[in-house]
Design a protein around this ligand. Structure first.
Ligand code: AMP
Length: 283
């Protein structure tokens, strides 16, 4: 497994392989890897000739007071997992390489589409500008045929899909299923922050989504009622940023559901903010 910290060297490696006819699959991550990340790697290695994983904790997607400094960075463990998973190359840039003028500089950025505005956009206002910009930069550093993203970060996936479509980027976005712990908790690097008690309580988030899915499958199409089911099951969380059922394409509110929707939750357990979602399909 190769490792690169320079954009030029990373790009040259990709270009050489592409010239030889290989396809490249890209898996962007912030490290602290778990089975969720590895499922993206497996999807990439099984559908592309080469898999490149990136590990970069992107400062511009964190607001002041968020967990940028505490974010776990177990690099040696991450590299061992990627080697075992058959990754061909890892891109590990430092902040100076990704942001030559420094992350604080008001530099060129990507303005995401309107899908970035609700939900996370309300609670983390600059987050998706940071995400879209860094993903655009990673697409330039690692020219790839396909990029693999988890449905766990549903709104992020929408933002990236819109960016690729709107800016005519020559890459295919491949959404990947949410990988969960046995009790349903969506895997996340931030689960490491949870104490034993918090870890137990955090499972109410996926249970609330399962209850909504059950009500939806039983024919309930009133989004307000479905949202009240979510809230009723989130009592073990310390606070809830949002618990909504919205249009799956636009993330706009709906009243009576006649199109596909997605139930999304962002909640805090202790000091840890967790997100999860469930897509609900109208037949
Ligand atoms: P992160 O390192 O948290 O930025 O995540 C990197 C990628 O892994 C993103 O595309 C996430 O959506 C994806 N991911 C994170 N957790 C999961 C999970 N539990 N299941 C599937 N994909 C995930």
């Amino acid at each position: 497994m190769e490792t690169f910290s320079s954009i030029d060297a990373m790009r040259a490696w990709c270009r050489q392989l592409t010239r030889g006819g290989d396809t490249i699959g890209l898996v962007p991550t912030m490290g602290a890897l778990h089975e969720g990340h590895l499922s993206l790697v497996h999807a990439a290695t099984s559908s592309c000739d080469r898999c490149v994983t990136t590990i970069f904790v992107n400062p511009t997607q964190f607001a002041a007071g968020e967990d940028l400094d505490q974010y776990p960075r177990p690099l040696e463990d991450d590299l061992a997992m990627l080697r075992d998973a058959g990754v061909d190359a890892v891109f590990l840039p430092n902040t100076k390489e990704m942001y030559p003028g420094g992350p604080e500089e008001k530099s060129t950025s990507v303005q995401p589409s309107a899908v970035a505005l609700p939900l996370e956009g309300v609670h983390r206002p600059d987050h998706f500008v940071g995400v879209a910009t860094v993903v655009m930069k990673l697409f330039q550093a690692v020219p790839s045929d396909r990029a693999f993203f988890g449905r766990k970060d549903f709104q992020q996936l929408c933002v990236i899909e819109h960016m690729v479509r709107d800016l005519n980027l020559p890459i295919q976005v491949v959404p990947c299923e949410i990988i969960r712990e046995p009790d349903g908790l969506a895997m996340s690097s931030r689960n490491r922050y949870l104490s034993d008690d918090e870890r137990q309580r955090a499972s109410c988030i996926s249970r609330s989504l399962a209850q909504v899915e059950r009500a939806f499958e039983e024919g309930n199409r009133d989004s307000q009622h479905l949202e009240s089911i979510l809230v009723d099951h989130l009592g073990d969380c310390d606070s809830v940023d949002y618990a909504v059922v919205v249009d799956r394409e636009t993330l706009a509110p709906v009243s009576t559901i006649s199109k596909n929707v997605v139930a999304l939750v962002a909640a805090r357990v202790g000091a840890t903010r967790l997100i999860d979602n469930r897509e609900l399909y109208v037949d």
